[in-house]
Design a protein around this ligand. Structure first.
Ligand code: MOS
Length: 766
């Protein structure tokens, strides 16, 4: 098995271009590891940062999209004649328009729909698009399009979709591809060996990414060159998809994505609206802007599919795991996506006998997309609750049970070593700082406000790798420009990159000018997703700055007439170690003055062969359950994460906090509600769809970075953090609730409606 790439690249890890030399791991650092506010913090909070949603070009038209109002229907007839005559309308686009008849939803070299499909497989499927002088004229004209639909029977329930008599969403049945099965050892023998077995079915509900900035693009043509401003996690993937769809050379498609207001995976995939904007701009000869209304973002820009997971675990009296049987069912929505959830269960703990099976079904609902650690928070909800129940049955401390079963290799074939695995440190250090032992042992049977504590652990199944190319330029006056293709999706990418350049060259962080996320002017980078931006791009940034430094030192050696090995570089000054008198500021280098600039190109070093890299983590929380109302208050949350070296302690803490908040959403508040009568979403807005507010998150958050560099993996010693930070959260909450009141909540959302009912049932039984 290759390092699993759950989604955006088809499993392949490309070769590095190879440059030969890479710097050695840092022994000490001055800037890296400190708390540095985002380099663009002022722009972000003052409103001067220009997001794609803010782009306004001269002569720009505004687009709107007509969407199918039914969960399942055929478009029999579209009449756009009235709409075309509406005030301000400049172009109308349907599947019959020139250039608009193309396949869509590319996946693994195949397509599973069309740019406009007359077979509408979910509410919100695109039927037509319009460009008009103003946004309101565009949306008015959309309503004037007359469509004759044949409404079809629909299926929105995952289990019902498996029934052979269920409405067929695609030809060939509703199962997406083949169920994915992993097997090792002998499951039956494993359960026969077990002293204790737990088995239960868990469910998570469908969750929506809900980024603050809605999805959308602005497209403008200059002759045969297309420029797109897109709110995206990867400008190069948008360039690639648009060029392929519109049969343009890559060089003719420029995609710019400087700021973006959140993505969480929903902005890894290129949207149909981007191509509509490009087609409408081509037809009208004017720039076209299409941003989706909030309701549409809920319907068509992806989701974390819900999963139904049955977990059976066997263990010996001493807590040694003997067998895991894990089955998962999830929905891709109306177009193909793999809704697997089993990877965590397969590899987090040592277990010689295992079987996992993931089945994905089509349903008549919006297509899923990767969402912050796709499949893993669902898998943790099941696995980490099962481990908790196992600990209860064994009378063991749940932290100790986990420590006992930590995997020391990736359990494939003969086993593959991890470049680093600090899960034990996460559990030990986290438990200590949390005060786990005392809190766990406390008596919890008194009063109607019951406190409990919970723990859950995780790894994340991806860590990135080549390719990444970064350029650092140092000008004759000592000022520095950093050029990288990566998108900063709000996580602080620009800031840690500047910190690394500052570390290597001794330039102040805020003096470094940054070019990024523009396919025409910056270097190729893979999309910012998979928690791999830091570990993939930071070594390239470092290598580029290092390449600048090496050139400057060679210049200094020549000018000072000393051997380069006698020189050291510090704060833009090169000095001789043996002769204090011999030193030169880079601004005094004659060769630099003549050539004007030094350019350093850095590449990502190849990943070590035969090894695998995962970030690990453990989270602890304390809750207070009101047994009269079913309300749960989060008192404390602690995240102890092994993400290798910490580059920026400030944004590191923020990632952990943000990940926990998102996990609280999955566990306690969020749920896409589809009406069983109509198949339509009933809560496609921020009023009815409950993302956590400040009142829903824990009162106290603690971040415990393990901060042990993974120097085996890359030259900055880094692994990812964005996704792992959200994986164990929901499970930790459910475990804490169970610790408090003895009720195992198997289904999300763990809200007062559900909990009050479960408490009432518990009291009836007592
Ligand atoms: Mo993430 S789901 O890789 O943005």
């Amino acid at each position: 098995m290759d390092q699993e790439s759950p989604y955006w690249i088809d499993g392949s890890v490309p070769e590095t271009p190879g440059t030969g030399e890479y710097p050695d791991p840092w022994k000490t650092t001055e800037i890296v590891g400190t708390r540095v506010p985002k380099v663009d913090a002022y722009e972000r909070v003052s409103g001067t940062a220009v997001y794609p949603h803010d782009i306004s070009l001269p002569e720009m038209l505004h687009g709107a999209i007509l969407r199918c109002p039914y969960a399942h229907a055929n478009v029999l007839k579209i009449d756009t004649s009235k709409a075309e005559k509406m005030p301000g309308v400049r172009a109308v686009l349907t599947g019959n328009s020139p250039g608009a008849d193309m396949p869509w939803y590319p996946r693994g070299g195949k397509f599973s729909g069309r740019l406009f499909d007359t077979h509408c497989r979910h509410e919100g499927e695109e039927v037509a698009a319009i460009a008009a002088e103003t946004p309101l004229q565009a949306s008015d004209a959309i309503r004037a399009i007359e469509v004759e639909y044949e409404v079809l029977p629909f299926v929105i329930d995952d289990e019902a979709a498996l029934d052979p008599s269920a409405p067929a969403i695609h030809e060939g049945g509703n199962v997406v591809g083949e169920p994915r099965v992993r097997e090792r050892g002998d499951l039956e023998a494993g359960f026969a060996e077990a002293d204790v077995v737990v088995e239960r079915t868990y469910r998570t509900k469908c969750e929506i990414h809900a980024p603050m900035e809605p999805h959308g693009s602005v497209a403008r043509w200059d002759g045969n060159r297309l420029t797109i401003w897109d709110t995206t996690q990867g400008v190069f993937s948008v360039q690639e998809a648009v060029a392929r769809a519109m049969r343009l050379p890559l060089a003719n498609v420029r995609v710019i994505g400087h700021y973006m207001g959140g993505g969480f995976g929903s902005k890894l995939e290129v949207g149909k609206y981007t191509v509509y904007a490009a087609l409408l701009a081509k037809t009208t000869g004017r720039p076209v802007k299409i941003f989706l209304p909030r309701e549409d973002c809920f319907l068509v820009t992806g989701n974390r599919p819900g999963n139904t997971m049955t977990v059976k675990i066997g263990a010996k009296k001493d807590g040694t795991l003997t067998a895991i049987d894990y089955r998962s069912l999830g929905s891709s929505g109306a177009y193909a996506y793999g809704a697997d959830s089993s990877t965590l269960a397969a590899y987090l703990y040592t277990c010689p006998n295992l079987r996992t099976e993931d089945t994905t079904v089509y349903t008549n609902a919006g297509k899923a997309r990767p969402m912050r650690a796709p499949g893993f928070p669902q898998g943790a909800w099941a696995l980490e609750q099962a481990m908790d129940e196992l600990a209860q049955k064994l009378g063991a401390d749940p932290v100790e049970l986990r420590l006992k079963n930590i995997a020391d290799v990736l359990q494939v074939e003969e086993g593959r070593p991890f470049t680093s695995n600090q899960l034990a440190e996460c559990l030990r250090k986290g438990a200590m700082e949390f005060g786990w032992s005392e809190a766990w042992a406390r008596d919890k049977t008194d009063g109607h406000l019951r406190r409990g504590v919970g723990v859950a652990a995780c790894f994340w199944g991806y860590a990135g790798g080549p390719p990444s190319t970064v350029i650092v330029k140092l000008f004759a006056d000592g000022s520095v420009n950093l050029n990288m293709g990566a998108s900063d999706i709000g996580t602080g990418t620009k800031t840690w990159a500047a910190m690394i350049v500052a570390e290597e060259l001794g330039v102040a962080v805020d003096k470094i000018q940054i070019e990024h996320a523009d396919t025409a002017t910056t270097q190729y980078a893979t999309s910012s997703g998979g928690s791999k931006t830091v570990p993939s791009d930071s070594p390239a940034v470092r290598a580029a700055a290092y390449a600048v430094k090496v050139q400057l030192m060679r210049m200094a050696a020549e000018q000072l007439e000393v051997d380069v090995s006698d020189l050291e570089f510090r704060d833009l000054t090169v000095s001789s170690r043996s002769d204090q008198e011999k030193k030169v500021r880079v601004t005094e280098l004659e060769k630099l003055d003549r050539q004007g600039v030094v350019i350093g190109t850095g590449y990502r070093d190849p990943n070590p062969e035969g090894m695998v890299t995962f970030p690990f983590g453990a989270q602890f929380c304390e809750v207070e359950v009101n047994t009269r109302t079913g309300e749960v208050r989060l008192l404390r949350f602690l995240g102890a994460h092994d993400s290798g070296r910490v580059l920026n302690r400030l944004t590191y803490d923020n990632q952990v906090f943000g990940g926990i908040v998102m996990g609280v959403g999955l566990g306690m508040t969020e749920e896409r509600v589809l009406d069983p009568q109509t198949g339509k979403m009933t809560n496609a807005n921020f009023h009815d769809y409950k993302i956590p507010t400040m009142k829903d998150v824990a009162i106290e958050h603690t971040c415990v970075p393990i901060d042990i560099p993974d120097n085996e993996f890359n030259t900055t010693g880094t692994k990812g953090l964005g996704e792992p930070a959200t994986i164990p959260t929901a499970a930790a909450i459910a475990n804490a609730v169970c610790d408090a009141i003895g009720i195992r909540v198997t289904d999300t959302p763990l809200n007062p409606i559900q909990l009050a009912r479960l408490i009432a049932e518990q009291q009836k039984e007592a």
